[in-house]
Design a protein around this ligand. Structure first.
Ligand code: AP5
Ligand code: ZN
Length: 217
């Protein structure tokens, strides 16, 4: 399985991707998680990336393309396939990805977009809790951890992302509509785009994703 999962901030990409990863035993490559790891490690580009992420703007293409390329070439899990989460985020990234995948002879099976109205996303984003090391996400109300503020798997503390506030969300949504929506059109033209109603419960979204796999794999 080689696929893209896309959708606006809070659509449920990071919620659904781990289940897909488990089902197909493929890599889950999330550029947002990779960037947050670089920020935490205080790498040279981490400092610059943090400013842009906290402003809700995209980081430069060469950084994220480099992260994806590095993983596609060196992450052993990718031999079995991969789910790209949060990448590509503009048409230039989508074109770069096509070039890389062509060279590897690994075309995308599908690009699944989690479609959900902006109005539902404020509550999802502002109530989100994450386990930084794994990228696992919870929600204070919609998907609470078993013990408050504690990761179910490791018992480690959960945090709120520094870009999860209403002001930054406005800019993230703007970036999505301006720069990422054209990527949906790009994949529609390739005939590999599938939309899922992501306003449903997480379980219903999972069923809809599997219905697409049944049709396309
Ligand atoms: P990134 O980390 O990719 O963030 P994002 O796209 O804004 O998406 P989120 O992680 O916020 O949402 P999600 O869809 O994963 O939602 P989740 O499943 O957690 O990127 C962050 C930043 O990094 C960007 O702004 C940019 O600066 C930079 N960046 C990253 N990639 C880049 C790239 N390729 N190019 C340039 N810059 C890049 O769910 C959200 C919440 O809702 C959770 O609490 C969850 O429990 C809950 N929830 C999930 N599904 C449901 C449901 N069905 N019903 C109710 N609640 C639900
Ligand atoms: Zn995410």
């Amino acid at each position: 399985l080689c696929m893209v999962i896309m959708g606006p901030p809070g659509a449920g990409k990071g919620t659904q991707a781990p289940a897909i990863q488990k089902k197909f035993n493929v890599a889950h490559l999330a550029t947002g998680d990779m960037l947050r790891a670089a920020v935490a490690a205080q790498t040279s580009y981490g400092v610059e990336a943090k400013k842009l992420m906290d402003a809700g703007a995209l980081v430069p293409d060469e950084i994220v393309v480099g992260l994806i390329e590095e993983n596609l070439n060196n992450n052993p899990q990718c031999a079995n396939g991969f789910i790209l989460d949060g990448f590509p985020r503009n048409v230039a990234q989508a074109e770069k990805l096509d070039t890389m995948l062509k060279a590897m002879n690994k075309p995308l099976n599908n690009a699944i977009e989690l479609v959900v109205d902006d109005t539902l996303l404020v509550d999802r984003i502002c109530g989100r809790l994450v386990h930084p090391a794994s990228g696992r996400s919870y929600h204070k109300i919609f998907n609470p951890p078993k013990v408050p503020m504690t990761d179910d798997v490791t018992g480690e503390p959960l945090i709120q992302r520094s870009d999860d506030n209403e002001d930054t969300l406005k800019n993230r949504l703007q970036a999505f509509h301006d720069q990422t929506s054209p990527v949906a059109k790009y994949y529609k033209e390739q005939g590999i785009w599938y939309g899922v109603d992501a306003a449903q419960t997480p379980e219903a979204v999972w069923d809809s994703i599997n219905a697409i796999f049944d049709k396309t794999l």
